[in-house]
Design a protein around this ligand. Sequence first.
Ligand code: SAH
Length: 223
Amino acid sequence: MAWRSSSSTNAGLIANLSKNGLIQSSRVKEAMLKVDRAHYAPRNPYDDHPQPIGHRATISAPHMHANACESLLEYLHPGARVLDIGSGSGYLTAVLANLVGPQGKVVGIDHIEPLVQLAEGNMAKSDEGKRMLAEGQVRFVKGDGRKGWKEDAPYDVIHVGAAAAEHHKDLEEQLKAPGRMFVPVEEDWAQHIYVVDKNEKGEVVKKKLYGVQYVPLTDAPAG
Ligand code: SAH
């Protein structure tokens, strides 16, 4: 049904995602309305499909961005701390920043330097994005996301935008208690979204959801 949400404008895309039940909460709707996908997707920004952004990376489809936000929403309270692994275009990082507000903090991490710069440049196309970068509400860093990003841990929310080959221990450790992680994991040649919850006592429960197709979380390319 994904294609049914495509539109010729940002507002039209968000309205269609809502109409089709892919966006359910007003908070996610408002957060996505505030970020123009045209600043992040070079072609057909309002199509409900993934788009190539160079370096073998893609900006995920809008319905996947919506679904990730909906799944994590309970933990995306104002002031929350978030790690967005495989931040790519920076689009979801910006939406997550809207959800946690000016008191919150979102770190986007990617292992390809030009993509770290691309994300920063994309955000700086809007005044609001420039403000978020200047005030440290959003920060993009280069690193291996499989190890998380210790400097700002622990996180209320960890979003992983590429398929992990296993459940990485470091990521679980960097989750707050309570906290939630959204992560595609590849097992037996198939990828599934997992929602990993850590409760107040630090106990971890992994829930396997639906099948997906993400680019893999890998070693950085040589050179
Ligand atoms: N959320 C992004 C998805 C980009 S595609 C968006 O919608 O724009 C996945 C990204 O994961 C790519 O940018 C890729 O460079 C990055 N990636 C892959 N393996 C990684 C790793 N080990 N550490 C950090 N980033 C990684």
